[in-house]
Ligand binder design. Sequence first.
Ligand SMILES: [Zn+2]
Length: 307
Amino acid sequence: MTDPLHILWYAIDAEECMFSADDVASSDGLTALQSLGILKQPENAIQISCPNCADRHVADIMTRKGPSETIIYYIQCPDSLYVEIPATLLAQWTINFDRLAQLLYDELKLSGHAHEVVPGRLWRLGKSKWQGADRTFYFWRGPTWDDARQIAVKIGGTGRPVILVADRAPANNVWVGKARPVVSLASVAALEGIELKIDAVQVAALVNEVDIAESEPKATTKLQKQVRAIIKDEATDEILVAAYIKHHSYRDAAIALSAERGVPVSKDQVGRAVNRAGGIRAVLRTVSSESVQRGVASHRRDKPRQS
Ligand SMILES: [Zn+2]
Protein backbone atom coordinates (compact mmCIF):
# COMPACT_ATOMS: atom_id res chain seq x y z
CA MET A 1 0.00 0.00 0.00
CA THR A 2 1.28 3.47 -0.86
CA ASP A 3 1.96 5.49 2.25
CA PRO A 4 -1.03 7.85 2.43
CA LEU A 5 1.20 10.58 3.83
CA HIS A 6 3.35 10.28 0.74
CA ILE A 7 0.25 11.03 -1.35
CA LEU A 8 -0.63 13.86 1.00
CA TRP A 9 2.77 15.60 0.85
CA TYR A 10 2.85 15.21 -2.90
CA ALA A 11 -0.66 16.62 -3.26
CA ILE A 12 0.08 19.58 -0.99
CA ASP A 13 2.88 20.78 -3.23
CA ALA A 14 0.82 20.25 -6.40
CA GLU A 15 -1.19 23.30 -7.37
CA GLU A 16 -4.32 21.26 -7.97
CA CYS A 17 -4.79 19.20 -4.82
CA MET A 18 -8.06 17.45 -5.44
CA PHE A 19 -8.76 13.80 -4.89
CA SER A 20 -11.59 12.14 -6.70
CA ALA A 21 -14.03 9.86 -4.95
CA ASP A 22 -12.27 7.02 -6.79
CA ASP A 23 -8.87 7.96 -5.32
CA VAL A 24 -10.28 7.99 -1.82
CA ALA A 25 -12.21 4.77 -2.21
CA SER A 26 -9.21 2.90 -3.62
CA SER A 27 -6.83 3.74 -0.79
CA ASP A 28 -7.13 2.70 2.86
CA GLY A 29 -4.66 5.44 3.67
CA LEU A 30 -6.81 8.19 2.29
CA THR A 31 -9.54 6.90 4.57
CA ALA A 32 -7.14 7.45 7.47
CA LEU A 33 -6.51 11.01 6.29
CA GLN A 34 -10.25 11.43 6.05
CA SER A 35 -10.72 10.30 9.67
CA LEU A 36 -7.98 12.68 10.75
CA GLY A 37 -9.92 15.46 9.10
CA ILE A 38 -7.02 16.27 6.75
CA LEU A 39 -9.22 15.52 3.75
CA LYS A 40 -12.44 17.43 3.39
CA GLN A 41 -15.17 17.55 0.85
CA PRO A 42 -15.37 20.96 -0.79
CA GLU A 43 -18.53 22.49 -2.11
CA ASN A 44 -20.00 20.59 -5.04
CA ALA A 45 -17.55 20.31 -7.88
CA ILE A 46 -18.31 22.79 -10.63
CA GLN A 47 -15.82 21.40 -13.14
CA ILE A 48 -14.58 17.94 -13.91
CA SER A 49 -12.12 16.16 -16.19
CA CYS A 50 -13.94 14.41 -19.01
CA PRO A 51 -14.06 10.69 -18.21
CA ASN A 52 -14.41 9.85 -21.91
CA CYS A 53 -11.40 11.61 -23.36
CA ALA A 54 -7.76 10.65 -23.06
CA ASP A 55 -6.68 14.29 -22.70
CA ARG A 56 -8.97 14.60 -19.66
CA HIS A 57 -10.11 18.06 -20.75
CA VAL A 58 -11.86 19.99 -18.00
CA ALA A 59 -15.46 21.05 -18.54
CA ASP A 60 -18.17 22.81 -16.55
CA ILE A 61 -20.68 20.48 -14.95
CA MET A 62 -24.24 21.08 -16.18
CA THR A 63 -27.45 19.67 -14.78
CA ARG A 64 -30.80 18.75 -16.19
CA LYS A 65 -33.87 17.16 -14.71
CA GLY A 66 -34.10 13.38 -15.12
CA PRO A 67 -37.07 11.06 -14.61
CA SER A 68 -38.98 11.41 -11.31
CA GLU A 69 -37.25 14.63 -10.20
CA THR A 70 -33.74 13.17 -10.25
CA ILE A 71 -30.84 15.36 -11.36
CA ILE A 72 -28.64 14.28 -14.22
CA TYR A 73 -25.10 15.71 -14.34
CA TYR A 74 -23.37 16.07 -17.69
CA ILE A 75 -20.65 17.92 -19.51
CA GLN A 76 -20.25 19.12 -23.04
CA CYS A 77 -17.44 17.30 -24.76
CA PRO A 78 -15.88 18.29 -28.10
CA ASP A 79 -15.56 14.62 -28.93
CA SER A 80 -18.66 12.88 -27.61
CA LEU A 81 -20.70 16.12 -27.38
CA TYR A 82 -22.64 14.97 -24.33
CA VAL A 83 -21.15 12.96 -21.47
CA GLU A 84 -23.19 12.00 -18.47
CA ILE A 85 -21.33 12.16 -15.16
CA PRO A 86 -22.22 9.66 -12.43
CA ALA A 87 -22.96 11.42 -9.12
CA THR A 88 -20.19 9.43 -7.39
CA LEU A 89 -17.58 11.09 -9.62
CA LEU A 90 -18.68 14.47 -8.36
CA ALA A 91 -17.62 13.71 -4.82
CA GLN A 92 -14.20 15.27 -4.57
CA TRP A 93 -11.87 15.68 -1.69
CA THR A 94 -9.39 18.37 -0.98
CA ILE A 95 -6.91 19.09 1.79
CA ASN A 96 -8.17 20.78 4.91
CA PHE A 97 -5.15 22.98 5.59
CA ASP A 98 -6.61 24.51 8.73
CA ARG A 99 -6.95 21.05 10.20
CA LEU A 100 -3.41 20.11 9.12
CA ALA A 101 -2.09 23.31 10.74
CA GLN A 102 -3.97 22.40 13.93
CA LEU A 103 -2.48 18.90 13.96
CA LEU A 104 1.04 20.28 13.47
CA TYR A 105 0.42 22.81 16.25
CA ASP A 106 -0.70 20.11 18.68
CA GLU A 107 1.93 17.59 17.74
CA LEU A 108 4.79 20.11 18.09
CA LYS A 109 3.25 21.43 21.34
CA LEU A 110 3.31 24.99 20.07
CA SER A 111 1.87 27.97 21.87
CA GLY A 112 0.46 31.31 20.83
CA HIS A 113 -1.93 32.33 18.14
CA ALA A 114 -1.93 30.45 14.83
CA HIS A 115 -2.99 32.24 11.67
CA GLU A 116 -2.91 32.03 7.91
CA VAL A 117 -0.37 34.58 6.64
CA VAL A 118 -0.87 34.03 2.90
CA PRO A 119 -4.19 32.32 2.03
CA GLY A 120 -3.66 28.72 1.06
CA ARG A 121 0.14 29.10 1.15
CA LEU A 122 1.65 30.19 4.44
CA TRP A 123 0.57 29.58 7.99
CA ARG A 124 2.21 30.94 11.11
CA LEU A 125 1.65 27.99 13.40
CA GLY A 126 2.94 29.14 16.78
CA LYS A 127 5.97 29.29 19.01
CA SER A 128 8.05 26.79 20.87
CA LYS A 129 10.78 27.42 23.41
CA TRP A 130 14.04 25.78 22.40
CA GLN A 131 17.23 26.06 24.38
CA GLY A 132 15.86 29.14 26.09
CA ALA A 133 14.86 30.96 22.91
CA ASP A 134 11.49 31.24 21.16
CA ARG A 135 11.27 29.67 17.71
CA THR A 136 8.36 30.57 15.45
CA PHE A 137 7.04 27.70 13.36
CA TYR A 138 5.58 28.21 9.90
CA PHE A 139 4.03 25.83 7.40
CA TRP A 140 4.71 26.71 3.77
CA ARG A 141 2.79 25.11 0.92
CA GLY A 142 4.42 25.18 -2.52
CA PRO A 143 7.87 26.52 -1.58
CA THR A 144 9.21 25.70 -5.04
CA TRP A 145 6.54 27.60 -6.93
CA ASP A 146 7.40 30.74 -8.90
CA ASP A 147 6.34 33.13 -6.13
CA ALA A 148 8.70 31.62 -3.54
CA ARG A 149 10.58 34.87 -2.93
CA GLN A 150 7.39 36.83 -2.26
CA ILE A 151 6.28 34.21 0.27
CA ALA A 152 9.73 33.98 1.88
CA VAL A 153 9.62 37.73 2.56
CA LYS A 154 6.45 37.21 4.62
CA ILE A 155 8.34 34.87 6.91
CA GLY A 156 10.99 37.46 7.66
CA GLY A 157 13.78 36.83 10.10
CA THR A 158 12.26 37.63 13.47
CA GLY A 159 11.30 34.96 15.98
CA ARG A 160 14.06 32.62 14.74
CA PRO A 161 11.67 30.95 12.26
CA VAL A 162 11.52 27.23 11.56
CA ILE A 163 9.75 26.39 8.33
CA LEU A 164 7.84 23.19 7.80
CA VAL A 165 7.19 22.12 4.22
CA ALA A 166 5.38 19.10 2.87
CA ASP A 167 8.24 17.62 0.92
CA ARG A 168 10.45 19.86 -1.20
CA ALA A 169 12.40 22.71 0.35
CA PRO A 170 12.61 26.18 -1.21
CA ALA A 171 15.75 27.12 -3.12
CA ASN A 172 18.50 28.60 -0.94
CA ASN A 173 18.36 31.91 -2.78
CA VAL A 174 14.77 32.72 -1.73
CA TRP A 175 15.98 34.06 1.62
CA VAL A 176 17.10 37.59 2.22
CA GLY A 177 20.04 37.22 4.58
CA LYS A 178 20.73 33.89 6.16
CA ALA A 179 18.95 30.65 5.25
CA ARG A 180 16.10 29.60 7.55
CA PRO A 181 15.88 26.04 8.81
CA VAL A 182 13.43 24.10 6.65
CA VAL A 183 12.05 20.75 7.78
CA SER A 184 10.34 18.45 5.33
CA LEU A 185 7.32 16.79 6.90
CA ALA A 186 7.87 13.85 4.57
CA SER A 187 10.98 13.02 6.58
CA VAL A 188 9.67 13.58 10.12
CA ALA A 189 5.97 12.68 10.05
CA ALA A 190 4.35 9.28 10.23
CA LEU A 191 0.87 7.94 10.49
CA GLU A 192 0.36 5.76 13.56
CA GLY A 193 -3.05 4.20 13.31
CA ILE A 194 -5.16 7.24 12.69
CA GLU A 195 -2.80 9.68 14.40
CA LEU A 196 -0.30 11.97 12.77
CA LYS A 197 3.01 11.75 14.65
CA ILE A 198 5.97 14.07 14.25
CA ASP A 199 9.44 13.08 15.37
CA ALA A 200 10.29 16.19 17.42
CA VAL A 201 13.84 14.98 18.12
CA GLN A 202 14.46 14.69 14.39
CA VAL A 203 12.99 18.17 13.82
CA ALA A 204 15.33 19.60 16.48
CA ALA A 205 18.32 17.84 14.92
CA LEU A 206 17.54 19.18 11.44
CA VAL A 207 17.06 22.72 12.75
CA ASN A 208 20.30 22.52 14.76
CA GLU A 209 22.19 21.45 11.67
CA VAL A 210 21.08 24.57 9.79
CA ASP A 211 21.69 26.83 12.79
CA ILE A 212 25.25 25.55 13.07
CA ALA A 213 25.89 25.78 9.33
CA GLU A 214 24.58 29.35 9.34
CA SER A 215 26.79 30.38 12.26
CA GLU A 216 29.97 28.89 10.74
CA PRO A 217 30.44 31.35 7.86
CA LYS A 218 30.12 34.15 10.41
CA ALA A 219 32.98 32.67 12.47
CA THR A 220 35.11 32.46 9.32
CA THR A 221 34.32 36.05 8.44
CA LYS A 222 35.35 37.18 11.92
CA LEU A 223 38.60 35.24 11.65
CA GLN A 224 39.23 36.59 8.16
CA LYS A 225 38.68 40.12 9.49
CA GLN A 226 41.23 39.56 12.26
CA VAL A 227 43.76 38.13 9.82
CA ARG A 228 43.20 41.04 7.46
CA ALA A 229 43.60 43.51 10.33
CA ILE A 230 46.91 41.95 11.33
CA ILE A 231 48.22 42.01 7.76
CA LYS A 232 47.03 45.60 7.40
CA ASP A 233 48.73 46.72 10.64
CA GLU A 234 52.07 45.29 9.56
CA ALA A 235 51.88 46.79 6.12
CA THR A 236 50.31 50.06 7.04
CA ASP A 237 53.07 52.15 8.55
CA GLU A 238 55.56 51.47 5.81
CA ILE A 239 52.98 52.10 3.09
CA LEU A 240 51.50 55.20 4.77
CA VAL A 241 54.93 56.74 5.25
CA ALA A 242 55.96 55.89 1.71
CA ALA A 243 52.79 57.50 0.39
CA TYR A 244 53.53 60.62 2.42
CA ILE A 245 57.07 60.78 1.06
CA LYS A 246 55.68 60.49 -2.42
CA HIS A 247 52.92 63.09 -2.08
CA HIS A 248 54.39 65.41 0.59
CA SER A 249 50.87 65.85 1.97
CA TYR A 250 48.89 63.80 4.48
CA ARG A 251 45.74 64.56 2.58
CA ASP A 252 47.02 63.67 -0.90
CA ALA A 253 48.67 60.53 0.47
CA ALA A 254 45.38 59.50 2.08
CA ILE A 255 43.42 60.10 -1.16
CA ALA A 256 45.93 58.14 -3.22
CA LEU A 257 46.04 55.24 -0.79
CA SER A 258 42.25 55.07 -0.51
CA ALA A 259 42.02 54.79 -4.28
CA GLU A 260 44.79 52.21 -4.54
CA ARG A 261 43.72 49.95 -1.70
CA GLY A 262 39.97 50.21 -2.09
CA VAL A 263 39.56 50.94 1.64
CA PRO A 264 39.22 54.41 3.10
CA VAL A 265 42.50 55.77 4.49
CA SER A 266 42.34 59.03 6.45
CA LYS A 267 44.90 61.83 6.53
CA ASP A 268 45.13 61.31 10.30
CA GLN A 269 46.21 57.70 9.72
CA VAL A 270 48.97 58.97 7.46
CA GLY A 271 49.95 61.60 10.04
CA ARG A 272 50.11 59.08 12.89
CA ALA A 273 52.23 56.70 10.84
CA VAL A 274 54.60 59.52 9.96
CA ASN A 275 54.86 60.45 13.67
CA ARG A 276 55.59 56.83 14.63
CA ALA A 277 58.35 56.85 12.04
CA GLY A 278 59.97 59.86 13.75
CA GLY A 279 58.11 62.80 12.25
CA ILE A 280 58.10 64.61 8.93
CA ARG A 281 61.75 65.61 8.97
CA ALA A 282 62.91 62.10 9.77
CA VAL A 283 60.88 60.45 7.05
CA LEU A 284 61.79 63.02 4.42
CA ARG A 285 65.42 62.23 5.10
CA THR A 286 64.72 58.78 3.69
CA VAL A 287 63.44 60.21 0.37
CA SER A 288 66.50 58.97 -1.41
CA SER A 289 66.03 55.48 -0.01
CA GLU A 290 65.03 53.17 -2.85
CA SER A 291 63.52 50.62 -0.47
CA VAL A 292 60.89 53.05 0.78
CA GLN A 293 60.09 54.21 -2.74
CA ARG A 294 59.48 50.57 -3.69
CA GLY A 295 57.10 50.34 -0.77
CA VAL A 296 54.68 52.73 -2.44
CA ALA A 297 51.91 50.63 -3.82
CA SER A 298 51.52 52.53 -7.07
CA HIS A 299 54.41 52.26 -9.45
CA ARG A 300 52.73 54.11 -12.25
CA ARG A 301 55.35 56.84 -12.18
CA ASP A 302 58.13 54.28 -12.09
CA LYS A 303 56.91 52.40 -15.11
CA PRO A 304 58.15 54.71 -17.88
CA ARG A 305 61.57 54.63 -16.25
CA GLN A 306 61.56 50.84 -16.16
CA SER A 307 60.60 50.40 -19.80
ZN1 LIG B 1 -14.44 14.66 -23.64
